[in-house]
Design a protein around this ligand. Structure first.
Ligand code: FAD
Ligand code: SF4
Length: 488
């Protein structure tokens, strides 16, 4: 048996020998590599990245597990169809820079996706190893390894082609906007990204905490775009400080709207306006983007001792784990279904549990109560059971009559979903922009809206989705807009 942790980096000859020496059966017998992690007791005291990344030796051995299936199902499981066997085989051969080059053919932010994509529900869920009753190839770990190696090696960004004389504007600097910008600059367009906040990165900066996705990783990707010629403007609120019509009058040939879904939803239960109850968007933005709780920053944020986070998605896990790092003594997840139905990544749930988060599943708040100063003190919780599947395909929660409990809290973070940012759709109401029932911008298969020069993608089109889907939209929109502009 070959153990991951006993393998050290070796030379190309050793790797070739390893590949030839092992039969498919032997390769499938290699155990899946394990991601080294910071100890739970230590990591809750700081913001350091929990997952430490696999070593080169681990990566080569993990890549050796891949059977190079003739019809690789993993590729169809990836929303942007990365050439998975292609990049994995390069790692196995020891050509990590080439592995990263294969990733970059399809993904603008491989170091980000390798960290935050729900691989267990996407590419890894389709890996042939499942059919053998074994753990899938660790595609996400390998993606992260190759992207980090490439960045640390300082591989230069490709030289952009000579300018083609056209310019395009991007509204919003999250993964959809960044991916669109990367594609367009590589096609010779002058690209200007306009961002309402004072930082570039969208949810990657203001939402996902550094213990999961360090800012330095996002910054490196943004710097690479800058070096390729993308211009970034912060504190520009399109629809307020500048209108769509003005952008077109200024000579932009097309506008890509990637303004995301940053509008928090609330539950509509009594007491949601008490002091100490807030949305996860507000909480995470204060802490991640505005430095609340850190030395030298004046941004206020409540540091609760008994913090309840309502919801079961990644945002809820990020909020509850942030609350622990802000000093909470008791941190709860309150979720109305069972753990099986939780939309959060399995890894995030696991990490939250290791860090001491208490999970109250099959409970939902029906009221929040406060003291005479208006501070929240109690969450009144209704016990639920699961009934028949609803429109989402998950079993619908139903209240168990009379089964109520009270939980002492001094801070509540509501994380029950988001809606599209309404500013752009509202600002174009009279101009024929088609908007869906839930406030999303309606687009065709080219991501083109009912206003021909306006394309849109990411969460503003899908509602809350994922980083990789937003990036895929950016890429598709860029190619279609370029075809339209060049055909004009
Ligand atoms: P965003 O990332 O939201 O970026 C939109 C940007 O547009 C923002 O910066 C906003 O300020 C800006 N903007 C809005 N209006 C204007 C305007 N009028 N003018 C100028 N700028 C404007 N997905 C995963 O795949 N894995 C995860 O682990 C994961 N974890 C998450 C954790 C949290 C806390 C949150 C909130 C989301 C998470 N997601 C995760 C979802 C994922 O981050 C989003 O689906 C993705 O970021 C959407 O990308 P986007 O580019 O469409 O929008
Ligand atoms: Fe490799 Fe698994 Fe994809 Fe097959 S399905 S090519 S074994 S990663």
């Amino acid at each position: 048996m070959i153990h991951h942790n006993t393998i050290a980096p070796r030379d190309a000859q050793w790797r070739e020998q390893l590949r030839k020496a092992l039969t498919a059966k032997e390769r499938t017998a290699i155990p899946r590599c394990r991601m080294p992690e910071l100890d739970a007791a230590y990591r809750v005291t700081c913001n350091e990245e929990v997952n430490q990344g696999i070593s080169r030796g681990q990566a080569v051995l993990e890549a050796t597990r891949c059977l190079d299936c003739p019809d690789p199902a993993c590729v169809s499981g990836c929303p942007v169809q990365i050439n998975i066997p292609g990049f994995i085989k390069n790692i196995q051969r020891g050509d990590i820079i080439q592995a990263a080059a294969v990733l970059k053919e399809t993904s603008a932010l491989p170091a980000v996706c390798g960290r935050v994509c729900p691989q267990e529900k996407q590419c890894e869920s389709k890996c042939i190893y499942h059919k053998m009753g074994r753990q899938p190839v660790a595609i996400g770990y390998l993606e992260r390894f190759a992207a980090d190696y490439d960045r640390d090696a300082g591989t230069p960004a490709p030289e952009p082609p000579s300018p083609n004389g056209h310019s395009v504007a991007v509204v919003g600097s999250g993964p959809a906007g960044l991916s669109f910008a990367g594609e367009m600059v590589r096609l010779g367009y002058k690209v200007t990204v306009m961002e309402a906040l004072h930082e570039i990165g969208g949810v990657l900066k203001y939402g996902i905490p550094e213990f999961r996705l360090p800012n330095s990783i996002v910054e490196a990707e943004i710097d690479s775009l800058r070096r390729q010629g993308v211009q970034f403007m912060t504190d520009v609120v399109v629809g307020k400080t500048i209108t769509y019509d003005k952008l077109i009058a200024d000579g932009y040939d097309g506008v890509f709207v990637a303004s995301g879904a940053g509008l928090p939803r609330f539950m509509g239960v009594p007491g949601e306006n008490l002091v100490g109850v807030m949305s996860s968007n507000e909480y995470l933005t204060r802490v991640n983007l505005m430095g609340a709780g850190r030395k030298g920053y004046a941004t206020p944020v409540k540091k609760g001792h008994r913090v309840a986070v309502v919801g079961g998605g990644n945002t809820a896990m990020d909020s509850v784990r942030t609350a622990l790092r802000m000093g909470a003594e008791h941190a709860y997840i309150i979720y109305r279904r069972s753990e099986k139905e939780m939309p959060a990544r399995v890894e995030e749930v696991c990490h939250a549990k290791e860090e001491g988060v208490e999970f109250l599943t099959l409970w939902t708040p029906v009221e929040f109560r406060g003291d005479d100063k208006g501070n929240v003190t109690t969450a009144v919780l209704q016990h639920m059971r699961l009934g028949e599947p609803d429109a989402s395909g998950r079993r619908a929660p139903e209240p168990i009559e009379g089964d109520i409990m009270e939980l002492d809290v001094d801070e509540v973070i509501i994380s029950v979903g988001v809606s599209p940012n309404p500013l752009i759709p509202r600002s174009l109401e009279g101009e024929g922009l088609e908007v869906g029932r839930k406030g999303t911008i309606e687009v065709n298969e080219d991501m083109q809206s009912s206003i021909p020069a306006l394309y849109a993608g990411g969460d503003i089109v899908r509602g809350g989705a994922t980083v990789i889907l937003a990036m895929g939209d950016g890429r598709r929109a860029a190619r279609a807009m370029a075809r339209a502009i060049e055909g004009r």
